[in-house]
Every structure is written in structure tokens, then in C-alpha cells.
Ligand binder design. Structure first.
Ligand SMILES: NC(=O)c1ccc[n+]([C@@H]2O[C@H](COP(=O)([O-])OP(=O)(O)OC[C@H]3O[C@@H](n4cnc5c(N)ncnc54)[C@H](O)[C@@H]3O)[C@@H](O)[C@H]2O)c1
Length: 308
């Protein structure tokens, strides 16, 4: 049955892919986005875009008028470095914005709330690998703390107001439409560097590992979370740790280039290894990442080549 779905942050990198998947599945989609980092051009033509900040008190009236069945919450300050420079801004967006949305959702009788959390940030320096959902949450940045706190508020609204919720904790997401000019998003940055004829910079010794998950796989998880996984948090990743050196080698092969990377220092706070245990979402939702790194990099490289 087609649902009425509100996607916050649906003009951004990941949110816009979620919108595409919901529209393709026949749902009616409304995007709420303040276009701070997102772009109207990312929004599917069959979705409706409302330019509004999630901290705006008028959000309550908007939800009351629109009455979505589902709220999918991607809008956030997604930048760790900005959160360190401006922790109050980060908390306003990620904590108070989430709270405003939860209030609005409960008053409008929303029947499903999908929250987007961060499996790359909220667990902190891993105590064991792969990181499962039971791993202690040890936020080491204002961003990690604000995403964690948002998830706790969502749980609280489940307990207090009977809100039906699911939280998806993404690993390192990559793919088309990621910002290649930011401080994070290593794959988008490397693609842009190669297109510009600039040697990409690899921090530390490049042997640190991360869990790179393709954005299309995240979109499939959001489709499944429409009806399953009530009251649960799930890691969304590949379960594989890929070193930055290995990633760089595969990207060079995909791009047909031969470039020597520049080497830079370790960035403060960077964990040595981080990758997620995804067995819970496999068991409960039947989801697993389908796009391997080479395929995902090929699609991403193809995209950046076209928009360059
Ligand atoms: N990129 C990753 O690897 C990753 C990993 C884990 C979690 N996440 C989470 O995924 C979500 C999307 O991140 P992204 O990488 O696509 O970033 P993005 O910047 O492309 O998307 C964020 C979107 O939210 C909008 N937005 C920001 N603040 C808003 C506000 N106050 N009101 C309304 N709209 C607002 C922006 O305009 C943008 O369209 C975020 O919640 C982020 O924390 C991302």
C-alpha cells in the first residue's frame, strides 16, 4: 500500500537516494530540507520539496497539515569537524531539531519514525571488532554525542508516546551526490582530486580501515525499515574493514589512472580500525550490502566524471 512519507534532509547526499527509492516503490514523498548543504536539484521530480528548518516551531503545523504515515529523519549537521568548531550549532540541529520533529510527529499521529544514526561515530574508539549494536557508545566528538542523544530521544518517545521507531546506524556511506569539497567523504574527495589532476592525500600510513557502504544499499535498508525492525537499532555497513591504501588502489584501477598519493599526518581522534557487525540486520530484516567496493566505486567514479 502506498505510504505518505516525509524525508527530512531529502535534498542531501544520502537522503536524496532514500527519496528516489521511496518514489520508485510507489510511495508519496514530501521532503523537508533547509538546503544548507543539500540542493533542490537532488530532489526527485515526483517528490515535493518544502524548504524549512527542522528546528522551526512551524514544523508542528506542517506535520499537522500534511499528516505523513512515516517520518524518515536524515536532516542533520553531518560534519564532525563543524561540530568540534561549533558544538552549540551541532546540538541545536541534531538534538533540538530531532526533538522538535519528534514532538511534531507524535502530535500528528505518525505511525513510523526512522532515525538515522552513525555507526562510524557513536561507538567511539572500538573496544572490539567488528562493532555490534551492543558495543558501548563512547562519543568522542560533539557530532557523535548529538547523534547518540537523538537516538536516545527517539527511544524515549517510543516508551513515553508509543512511537514506532527504527534507528539505522550507517557506516561510511559513499556514492553519487556526495560532496567532494568537504572535509569528510574520502571517496568523493579522491574522485574529485583525480578528475582535477591533483594527487589525493592519504592521512596516517593509510593502513587504517573503515567500513564503506554504498548509498544504494542504505536506500534498500530504509525501504525495509518501513515495515520491519520496530523498536530496534541496526548497523548498516558491509562488515568489512577496507584500508585507505586498498581503497585508493581499487579506485585507481576503476579510473584507469596511475598516481602516487601524497602522504599526510594522522588526523586527531582517528581510530585505527572501524567496521561494523551487520549480522543483526541480516537476521531481522534480511538486508545485507549487495554492492561491493569495486562496483560502488565504478558507479561513483562514473557519476563524478559526468558532473565534472
Ligand atoms: N555520510 C555518511 O557517511 C554518514 C554516516 C552516518 C550517518 N550519516 C547521517 O546521514 C544523514 C545525511 O547525511 P549526508 O552525508 O547525506 O549529509 P548531507 O549534508 O548531504 O545531508 C544533510 C541534509 O540535511 C539538510 N539539513 C541540514 N540541517 C537541516 C535543518 N536544520 N533543517 C532542515 N534540513 C537540514 C541539508 O540541507 C542536507 O540536505 C545525516 O543525519 C548524517 O548524520 C551520514
Amino acid at each position: 500500500m502506498p505510504l505518505r512519507i516525509m524525508v527530512t534532509g531529502g535534498a542531501g547526499f544520502i537522503g536524496s537516494h532514500i527519496v528516489d527509492a521511496y518514489v520508485a516503490a510507489g510511495h508519496e514523498v514530501l521532503v523537508v530540507d533547509n538546503l544548507s548543504t543539500g540542493q533542490a536539484g537532488n530532489v526527485h521530480k515526483d517528490a515535493r520539496l518544502i524548504e524549512m528548518d527542522i528546528t522551526d516551531p512551524a514544523l508542528v503545523d506542517l506535520l499537522d497539515a500534511e499528516r505523513p504515515d512515516v517520518v524518515n529523519h536524515h536532516a542533520a549537521n553531518p560534519s564532525v569537524s563543524l561540530s568540534v568548531r561549533e558544538p552549540a550549532f551541532d546540538a541545536t540541529q541534531n538534538i533540538l531539531g530531532t526533538l522538535n520533529l519528534l514532538e511534531a510527529a507524535c502530535r500528528a499521529g505518525v505511525s513510523r519514525f526512522i532515525y538515522i544514526s552513525s555507526g562510524g561515530a557513536m561507538y567511539g574508539d572500538p573496544q572490539y571488532l567488528p562493532i555490534d549494536e551492543e558495543h558501548p557508545s563512547n562519543p568522542v566528538s560533539p557530532y557523535a554525542l548529538s547523534k547518540h542523544t537523538g537516538e536516545r530521544y527517539v527511544r524515549l518517545y517510543g516508551l513515553e508516546h508509543g512511537l514506532s521507531w527504527t534507528s539505522l546506524r550507517y557506516a561510511n556511506v559513499y556514492g553519487p551526490r556526495q560532496d567532494p569539497f568537504g572535509e569528510a567523504g574520502v571517496i568523493a574527495i579522491f574522485c574529485q582530486n583525480l578528475l582535477d589532476g591533483v594527487a589525493p592525500e592519504i592521512h596516517w600510513d593509510g593502513e587504517q580501515t573503515r567500513d564503506f557502504v554504498y548509498v544504494g544499499d542504505c536506500a534498500r535498508a530504509n525501504l525495509m525499515a518501513l515495515e520491519q525492525g520496530v523498536g530496534q537499532s541496526f548497523n548498516v555497513g558491509t562488515g568489512l574493514g577496507t584500508s585507505i591504501n586498498a581503497l585508493f588502489r581499487v579506485l585507481l584501477e576503476v579510473a584507469g589512472q596511475d598516481v602516487e598519493p601524497r602522504r599526510g599526518p594522522r588526523r586527531p581522534g582517528d581510530a585505527r580500525h572501524s567496521y561494523l557487525d551487520t549480522s543483526k540486520i541480516e537476521r531481522q530484516l534480511g538486508w545485507r550490502a549487495q554492492v561491493d567496493l569495486r562496483q560502488g566505486l565504478a558507479q561513483t567514479w562514473d557519476y563524478f566524471g559526468k558532473v565534472a
